[in-house]
Design a protein around this ligand. Structure first.
Ligand code: UD1
Length: 415
């Protein structure tokens, strides 16, 4: 089994270039199923989750060629069913339901499995499809949706779910009339998906606000699109630079997208400056503990909660971290505690009292961002940290050990 070993590292120095956003590229590849023409997507990150979605759309009938980070897709959907074997690997596979339903009026997708960070239901996705006129049947571990013709309607989301907003937006592109998604998610990845769909000929307005209007069109043509940079990868390297007291230039970032992370790090005492090619993060020795509450965008991202907890584990003072997006996203706490962190969980809050030194230990990545948090903790912990279950980390970070090594970190893989 592959392990990542991290040793106490010097202050990180140099430049790191951020990859295309995982959470943008997954729905965009799924949305390519709607196109009748040739699609080119640029800045595809080399990630396990990306391989999974490509495998899935190939199964459904797409022809895909990936070369030098550019993916060419030509679609001729042959199957309306996404089987268990492909969907169980990644929850985001469920995003093919909206496009297949829109294009063929019938989709049968394996229920996404339970996930480590909470129950993560799909009720909001299904409520949206139903409101647009689809019949939904659940049985034998599959969700089946059928509709002769989807009809544009008002869909109110009880929670601004990212996945539900994307799936309903894709389902509505060919619907008769106008669909309005209210209390929609406002994440930058939603805007990127809407831009991609509009380039193909869709008529979507309001992405990035809480109401998205989609006017149905007849057909989508081919296009070229470059994916936005990954704000969570950027945030993770910002924390790495800060925790080690480093000086790192982070290239290929959209500053607006990482404002909540910049604000929190600045509050802790990190010096962050904008430069022509990106942002520079200058760290120091001791940081002030700050409170954090995760929220849908533009609030503080839940995908940065674990990494900030690693940082707060060795800050000066006590930090209260409240997770409001997922109900069970504190699995990294037990692992950080193995490294000496002083953390108490009370419901959806974690009370973190900073200590002087974490100590290297054998730990496991329980999910993607939890794994990133352990890498960060390992950079400052005394001795060696051995991280197991690193496949979680590979789902969302491109060559993490190479990129950190180039910045001076002591990190390597062991088979
Ligand atoms: C996406 C991101 C993930 C990020 C999350 C929140 C992708 C591929 N993944 O996940 O990295 O952590 O947004 O920013 O983009 N919910 C329901 N019913 C539903 C759908 C969701 O109750 O039908 C709940 C979930 O259980 C969760 C909350 O809504 O508590 C947020 O989930 P959602 O925004 O849907 O996250 P994902 O799209 O799965």
């Amino acid at each position: 089994m592959t392990k990542i070993i991290v040793e106490k590292s010097p202050a990180l120095k140099g430049t790191v270039k951020i990859s295309g956003a995982k959470n943008s590229v997954l729905p965009i590849i799924a949305a390519s199923l709607l196109s009748s023409g040739e699609v080119f997507i640029d800045d595809i990150p080399e990630l396990e989750d990306v391989n999974v979605i490509i495998e899935l759309i190939k199964y459904l009938g797409a022809e895909c060629t990936l070369k030098d980070g550019k993916l060419r897709i030509m679609v001729d959907i042959k199957d309306v069913e996404a089987p268990y074997d492909l969907v169980k690997k990644m929850r985001a596979s469920f995003l093919v339901m909206g496009p297949i339903l829109a294009k063929l009026g019938h989709a049968r997708i394996s229920m996404p499995g339970g996930c480590a960070i909470g129950t993560r239901p799909i009720d909001l996705h299904l409520k949206g499809f139903q409101t647009l006129g689809a019949n939904i049947n659940i049985g034998h571990g599959y969700v089946e949706a059928t509709a002769k013709k989807l009809i544009g309607k008002k869909v109110y989301l009880d929670f601004p779910s990212v996945g539900a907003t994307e799936n309903i937006m894709m389902a509505a592109v060919f619907a008769d009339g106008v669909t309005a998604i209210e209390n929609a998610a406002e994440e930058p990845e939603i805007v990127d998906l809407a831009n991609f769909l509009n380039k193909m000929g869709a008529n979507i307005k309001g992405a990035g606000t809480d109401t998205i209007r989609i006017e149905g069109v007849k057909e989508l043509k081919g296009t070229e699109h470059t994916v936005i940079p990954d704000r969570i990868e950027a945030g993770t390297y910002m924390v790495a630079a800060a925790m080690t007291g480093g000086n790192v230039l982070i290239e290929n970032v959209i500053i607006d997208h990482i404002k909540p992370v910049i604000a929190k790090l600045t509050e802790c005492g990190v010096v962050i400056t904008e430069e022509a090619n990106g942002i520079r993060v200058k760290g120091k020795k001791n940081y002030k503990a700050v409170d954090i509450k995760t929220l849908p965008y533009p609030g503080f991202p839940t995908d940065m909660q674990a990494q900030m907890m690693a940082m707060m584990s060795c800050a000066k003072g006590t930090s209260v971290i409240i997770e409001t997006v997922f109900e069970n996203r504190f699995m990294h706490v037990d692992e950080l505690k193995r490294m000496g962190a002083n953390i108490k969980i009370e419901g959806r809050s974690a009370v973190v009292t900073g200590i002087d030194h974490l100590s290297g230990a054998e730990v496991k990545a329980t999910d993607l961002r939890a794994g990133a948090a352990l890498v960060l903790a390992g950079l400052v912990a005394d001795g060696k940290t051995v991280i197991n279950d690193v496949h979680h980390i590979d789902r969302g970070y491109v060559k993490i050990e190479d990129r950190l090594s180039k910045l001076g970190a002591i990190i390597y893989r062991e088979e």
